[in-house]
Structure formats: C-alpha cells, structure tokens
Design a protein around this ligand. Structure first.
Ligand SMILES: Nc1ncnc2c1ncn2[C@@H]1O[C@H](COP(=O)(O)OP(=O)(O)OP(=O)(O)O)[C@@H](O)[C@H]1O
Ligand SMILES: [Mg+2]
Length: 498
C-alpha cells in the first residue's frame, strides 16, 4: 500500500501546498477523532472523474471510543452510491449528515461529511463515521467534546484548521483523554474534564470553578495569550511543586477571529522524574570515572616517590615503567569522565599518550618526532582502555629500542608515526618507526619482555584482535600492526562492503 502523499499523487489531482495542507490535517486530526469519539476518513476525488468516486487517503481511530473499522481502509475506493453525502459535500462545499451502511458491511452507521477547504477551494472531504446513536443522553464531558469538535470542523470547512505551522506530531504532547479545558472568547473557563482537574491539582491548583479565568486560579495564562493572539497552537511545560504538566493550547477561531481556546493538559511528573534519574545516572558514571582517574594518579605518584628512594637502576626503571602504564589507563578514565556517553574520542587520548611517552625521553632537545595520522573515531570505553595501554607500550618500545643512544652523543634523532584507521567493525593501528629495526631473528613468539607480553595478552586475548610485526617504511625501522574487530551497536549497523 502506497503511503499518503504517493497515493494522492498517483490517484488524485492533489499536489503542492494543497497536499501539504492535507498532510498537516492527517497529523493533527486525532484531536477531532478523539473529541467526536468517531472514526475519521480523509477522502479525495479520483483524478478526472468529476467527483463520482473517492479514494481513502488516511484514516484515524478514536482513542476515546470504539472503532468501526478494525481493518485498514487506506487506498479503498468509495463511490457516490455507497456514500452519497460525500459527493454532495464535495459538489456543494457544505457539511452533510446522514445514515449509510458501514463500508464493506450491512450495519448502519451515522455519517457526517465535511468539505476540506484550502485557500478558498475544496480539496478533499473529511468523513466522520460513528455508530447510530443509542438514544442515551450524552453527559457533560461528551457534550463539551462534541461542541469543540463542531467548532474545529467548521474551521476545517473554513480553511483555518489544520494550522499553517504545525506539521509535526509532538512526542508526548497531551491528547484529549489526558485532560481538556474549554475557554470562552474572554478567557473564562467553561469546562474542565476530570483529568484536567486532577492535573491542576498536581500543580497545586484546587480552586477550579467554571466561569473564572485561568489566571484567577493561579495558572499562568501566557501560553493561552500567545496561542490566541498568534492564532497558532502553543505547547508549554508548567513546573510547580515538583510536578510537571504539559499544556497545549489550541485557539478556536470563528472565521479567523479568535473565539476561545481548547487547553489540553497532561501530567508528566513521573515521566520527568524518570528523565532526571537517567540524567543523574550519567552524572554518576562520569563521577566514578573521575575518581578512578584520581586514584590511578595517586598510585602513579606513589610509585614515582618509591622510585626516588631505590638505589638499584633496574628497580628504578621498573617502577618508572609501571608508573607510565598506570598513567596511560588514567588518561582513558579522565577522558571518559568528561564525556556524557560511554564512548570516547580516541584522537584525544592518543594525543595525551604521545605526551606521556615524550616526557619519558630523557635525551633533551626533542630530536624524536611523534606524529599521529588518521583517526579511530569514537570508541567504547572498554576498548579504549586496553588499546591505550597497547599503544603506550609500542610507542615506548620505539623510544627505548629503535634509536640507541650513542656513547657521547646524547641527542636521539628519529620519527615515530602512529597511524589510525577506522572501518566498519574494525580499527587498525600501526606504530611505525625509522630506527634500527628489530634484532636478527626476532619473532613475536620469542624475545619478549614484559611490554610485548602485555601487548599480546591485550590484543589477542582481551580484544580478540591480531598483532603482527614487519620492517617499517622502505624497509627501515619497525612497524607493529594491531587490528581490532569490534561489534558495538553503532558498528554493526554499518554494512561491511563485500
Ligand atoms: N620499535 C622497536 N625497535 C627495535 N626493537 C624493538 C622495538 N620494539 C621492541 N623491540 C625489541 O623487542 C624486545 C621486547 O620488547 P618488550 O617491550 O617486550 O620488552 P622491553 O621493552 O625490553 O622491556 P619492558 O618490559 O620494559 O617493555 C625489546 O627488548 C627490543 O629488543
Ligand atoms: Mg618495552
């Protein structure tokens, strides 16, 4: 089944602004359906048929009552014999009421057909289909609902409803069933439904009496003023006494002149409380990352103090290395503590890791150049932490082993490049230096210190990735390559090119 605009373009003469007007109607007409407790159909005459046959463009069922049509009618063709009122409304541009058989059945239904006008021209017909009345006298609520419905329907026939500027259905906006207040042309309250009265209670207003203005019972009327004066609906949230109520004001117009308003109220206190709880959960997670970072930095500082007190050169080096490893983890937590999400921009982390390694180069005047090429994008925290440790080890190895210090010459010259590449579901990282290269016969399996053991354990173990080593660019130096697959929700959405 084609969607509304396509169906209209294929089967009717509708296009452009007139079609947009009907689309807006189909977004806001739930209000009409709920106020009239009825199914509504939007129909337009088939192209080149002189208004003898119509196609159903859209359908809405009431949330305040039972539907007559459990099946979908969109796309169905309705003719003059089945629905004479439709053709009459279309031809005479007037509202017609009558009885008819239910579409596709024998039951009798009550019909009302309303011409939909746009810029002085009939463009479609709105059909209200309801069960024939039971003879029961309608209660107060029903009477007010139907009265407001009638006024909105005249606006439809007049061209002033739907409003020119309300194309989108607002998530969570109040509906008729949430609570209704009807205001007269002077702003006085004529009626408030039981749910509306409850919502007023939530924000501390207990003095509802009909006839008085909203402002007289302590309700800010600004939204009503704006809606009525601007002749456009207004949505506003009122917060008071820990309670939140969403207020939607729909101006009622009489031939474009303001003639009262419909106020819909929805108590969203519980909804907002949940929002706040979620927000504070985020804040708590950030705070935890912040504390973990602080604790790690304290541990790192303790190791540094300890290192100053030992005489053995070997022990000092070991403590210094441990300090650096801990600081590389702290960097990730610090970055996570600044993010609202559970993922981090790895580019930021790599910059700080480079600084950490540069600080450990004892040989003065910066003959060692670090460069970061490419981008790994956003990575989840549980991946960023081990990856940061891995990169720290690989960069430190380049500093420690690729450029041996000469006896007297204490300046080290060389380049280390970190290359990052992100593809759907994979991150590739290269650490390339142009130093002396690996010793003859070195393999990843043999010749391991603690550094490479950590790298291997994290890459192939924890991250389920691959690690290989080869000579660097132009056969000089060394290139360590790490490939890590990851299937986060974001990554799995991307389809791998085959
Ligand atoms: N970029 C490099 N260029 C040359 N040799 C390297 C490079 N990276 C690693 N190596 C060699 O691999 C060996 C193992 O490295 P590994 O990090 O495991 O130990 P380490 O650096 O000696 O000690 P630590 O446990 O403190 O890191 C190094 O000793 C070195 O010989
Ligand atoms: Mg090492």
């Amino acid at each position: 089944m084609a969607a509304f605009p396509e169906l209209a373009i294929l089967r009717t003469e509708l296009s452009g602004d007139a079609l947009a007007h009907l689309e807006r109607l189909a977004v806001s007409w739930r209000l009409l359906s709920d106020l009239s407790f009825s199914d509504l159909l939007l129909l337009a005459p088939l192209a080149h048929e002189d208004g003898h046959r119509f196609v159903v463009l859209a359908q809405v069922r009431p949330t305040t009552g039972q539907t007559l049509y459990v099946h979908d009618l969109v796309g169905r063709i309705v003719d003059e014999v089945e629905r004479p009122a439709l053709a009459r409304s279309w031809r005479h541009a007037e509202v017609f009421e009558g009885d008819a058989n239910i579409l596709g059945g024998k039951e009798r239904v009550r019909l009302e057909s309303i011409p939909v006008r746009y810029r002085g021209r009939e463009i479609a017909v709105l059909a209200r289909e309801a069960p024939t009345t039971s003879g029961r006298r309608p209660g107060e609520l029903e009477r007010y609902y139907l009265e407001v419905y009638d006024r909105l329907v005249s606006m439809v026939a007049h061209g002033s409803f739907p409003f020119a500027r309300e194309e989108v259905e607002i998530e969570g906006a109040p509906r008729v069933g949430d609570g209704v207040i009807v205001l007269d042309a002077d702003g006085g309250m004529r009626y408030a439904s039981p749910n509306a009265v409850s919502s007023l209670h939530r924000i501390g207003i207990h003095a509802y009496t009909s006839g008085v203005r909203l402002s007289e019972i302590g309700f800010d009327e600004a939204a009503v003023d704006t809606a009525v004066r601007g002749r456009l609906p207004v949505l506003e949230e009122v917060e008071r006494d820990e309670a939140s109520v969403l207020v939607r004001v729909i101006p009622l117009l009489d031939a474009w002149k303001p003639a009262g308003a419909l106020v819909l109220l929805r108590d969203v206190t519980d909804l907002r409380r949940r929002d706040r709880m979620l927000m504070s959960k985020d804040a708590t997670i950030r705070e935890i990352h912040h504390r973990v970072k602080n604790n790690l930095q304290t541990i790192a500082s303790l190791l540094r103090l300890q290192g100053r007190r030992v005489d053995s050169r070997e022990a000092r080096t070991a403590l210094a290395e441990s300090e650096r490893r801990i600081r590389s983890i702290a960097i990730v937590h610090e970055t996570l503590s600044r993010e609202a999400r559970e993922s981090v921009d790895f580019g930021q982390i790599i910059k700080q890791l480079v600084r950490l390694v540069e600080e450990s180069v004892s040989t003065g005047d910066g003959g060692l150049r670090f460069e970061v090429v490419g981008d790994a994008g956003e990575l989840p925290g549980e991946l960023a932490t081990p990856l940061a440790v891995v990169l720290n080890e690989l960069m430190q190895n380049a500093v420690d082993h690729a450029f041996p210090h000469g006896e007297d010459d204490d300046a080290v010259h060389g380049n280390v490049e970190v290359r990052l590449q992100r593809r759907p579901g994979v991150v590739d990282v290269d650490v390339v230096d142009d130093g002396v290269g690996l010793a003859e016969g070195y393999t990843l399996a043999s010749g391991q210190g603690l550094g490479m053991s950590i790298v291997q354990a994290l890459v192939t173990g924890e991250l389920g990735g691959e690690l290989d080593v080869s000579p660097g660019d132009n056969g000089r130096g060394t290139r360590f390559h790490v490939r890590i697959p990851f299937a986060t929700a974001a990554a799995t959405k991307v389809v791998e090119p085959s």
